[in-house]
Design a protein around this ligand. Structure first.
Ligand SMILES: Nc1ncnc2c1ncn2[C@@H]1O[C@H](COP(=O)(O)OP(=O)(O)OP(=O)(O)O)[C@@H](O)[C@H]1O
Ligand SMILES: [Mg+2]
Length: 140
């Protein structure tokens, strides 16, 4: 995937960007989401979940306290992690979170930069920047 800088002007546009990425997923991808509080990471995961046909009865929110939430979807299992409360990459290993890196799964990780060395060498990095109440810069 080539480097891109996109401006989203609404939640709907962030969903569209997530959809483009969802359409390219083969299974086994790890996607690191980085950006300040409220920059749109969870909103992006909600868009991914919708595009991957996660059942609408699931509510996708930041799994800040549970660290991980898994959603069955049409082609894969979507694992949504949030490292905001993680102290170190070692903690992620101790918790065995790498067991979720499977060919039939997509792992999407908010605040992945807090445990950068835990990430597999091959992963997609997406950055989110707050520009205005409705605008977010999304680059990868
Ligand atoms: N263009 C946009 N794209 C995404 N979210 C937007 C946009 N415009 C406004 N928003 C709002 O910004 C907020 C983004 O919150 P979100 O929970 O996705 O951020 P987050 O990066 O996951 O934060 P946290 O680090 O606290 O988990 C939502 O309330 C959403 O409605
Ligand atoms: Mg979030």
């Amino acid at each position: 995937m080539t480097n891109q800088h996109l401006t989203s002007h609404s939640v709907g546009e962030t969903f569209e960007i997530a959809k483009k990425i969802a359409n390219d997923l083969q299974g086994g991808e790890v996607i690191a989401l980085n950006g300040e509080l409220g920059s749109g990471k969870t909103t992006f995961v909600q868009g991914l979940a919708q595009s991957l046909k996660v059942d609408a009865s699931y509510t996708v929110t930041s799994p800040t306290y549970t660290l991980i939430q898994s959603y069955p979807c049409h082609r894969f299992t979507l694992h949504h992690m949030d490292f905001y409360r993680l102290k170190s990459a070692q903690d992620a290993h101790t918790l065995g979170l790498e067991d979720y890196f499977k060919p039939n799964a997509i792992c999407v990780i908010e605040w992945a930069n807090l445990a950068q060395s835990f990430l597999p060498k091959d992963h997609l990095e997406i950055f989110f920047e707050w520009k205005s109440p409705t605008e977010r810069l999304i680059f990868f």
